[in-house]
Write a protein that binds this ligand. Structure first.
Ligand code: MG
Length: 362
């Protein structure tokens, strides 16, 4: 009765809710890969992953041509076994971004089924630490935003009771980055957390220099200062500054996180459930971080990450970037600066199937 009877995938283009620019790129559209899995006992699980504008069709092709057929006839309860089986079947393209995104769409659908079958919300069945997780805002801090707007957005976040704001950095001059951070610190005072994010745009030497210039502003973290494959550069930077270094949104394997943590190069872990390959490996990264006394503040995907950050004891923040409103009838609840994990059984995302149909492109 728990056998998988059907597994299908589609690509859904969701328009960006707001212009989002950082030091390296612009968010063009959320290419959303949606996998639907049905079981013999009548359950339907929906999982998803995403790109911010490229690679969606390659991911869909990986699913349709290779992965989905493996699932039919398998026991939907064996989530760990199925993850490993799919991973092993893509050996020549793993570790890899496209494979990770494809695995994540399947794995999150299997967790949806697992939680529905247990009649529990995801955050409880995945660990069950605390329902409410502090929220910080990224949506007001994009790199193209003027200083006045930056300050206005930060003040608005603070007045809503939100706990932090993130500012993109990587302007041509240090002075410009520093003056933007200073203006926000001045506006919100000492009790709101401020984070900065360079989106892998800097050289090792430049990141050391900028971190030094940012130190007077009491930052909670300096995110993705360097390319993610430069572990040694992150080690040097972490040793040179008191600002915690945050990494993880561009990392695709448990082993990559282990290396960063072992070498003291990650002060905050920002594992992304889509890019790591689903909830199964996401939880392993989170528990690994716990073993190193490091907190987890997942990247983007707040609609799903709210439940995962609520599942673990070392969840630090949920990142506020709303992006599923066009295709869902639910929205995450925010109370007193905290995001509340949904209490409905399953992932807690109430998909609007007509809206998904309207935006399906492949
Ligand atoms: Mg980032």
């Amino acid at each position: 009765m728990t056998l998988i009877t059907a597994a299908t995938a589609r690509l859904v283009d969701i328009e960006v809710e707001k212009v989002r620019t950082d030091a390296m790129q612009s968010f063009l559209k959320q290419e959303t890969i949606v996998v639907t899995i049905e079981t013999a006992d009548g359950l339907t699980g929906r999982g998803y992953s995403y790109t911010i504008g490229t690679g969606g069709r390659a991911t869909l092709s990986m699913l349709n041509e290779h992965l989905l057929a493996v699932l039919v006839g398998e026991d939907s309860r064996l989530v760990e076994h199925l993850w490993r089986r799919l991973y092993d079947s893509t050996r020549a393209t793993s570790v890899g971004v496209i494979t990770a995104l494809a695995l994540a769409a399947v794995d999150t659908a299997l967790w949806d089924i697992r939680a529905q079958r247990a009649a529990q919300p995801l955050w409880m069945i995945a660990g069950g630490n605390r329902r409410d997780v502090p929220l910080y805002d990224t949506e007001g801090g994009w790199l193209h935003v003027s200083v006045d707007e930056l300050v206005e957005e930060a003040r608005a976040s603070a007045s809503r009771g939100w706990k932090g704001v993130k500012i993109k950095v990587g302007k041509p001059s240090i002075a410009e980055d520093a003056s933007r951070i200073a203006a926000v610190r001045d506006a919100v005072g000492p009790n709101i957390e401020i984070m900065v994010d360079a989106n892998q745009s800097m050289t090792s030497a430049e990141a050391v220099r900028r971190a030094h210039a940012f130190e007077p502003f009491d930052l909670s973290w300096f995110e993705e200062p360097l390319p993610a494959d430069d572990v040694t550069g992150h080690v040097r930077l972490a040793q040179s500054t008191s600002i915690p270094i945050a990494v993880g949104e561009s990392m695709y394997s448990l082993g990559h996180f282990r290396e960063y943590l072992e070498r003291g190069a990650a002060g905050i872990v920002q594992v992304d459930v889509a890019r790591i390959g689903g909830i199964t490996p996401w939880l392993k990264v989170a528990h690994l971080a716990e073993a190193f006394n490091v907190q987890v503040s997942p990247h983007f995907l707040m609609e799903l990450h709210v439940s995962l950050a609520a599942a673990i004891p070392n969840g630090r923040f949920v990142e506020h970037i709303p992006q599923l409103r066009a295709v869902t009838d639910s929205e995450i609840r925010i109370e007193d600066g905290h995001a509340l994990a949904p209490m409905t059984p399953g992932l807690g995302i109430d998909w609007n199937l007509d809206a998904l149909d309207d935006r399906t492109v492949a």
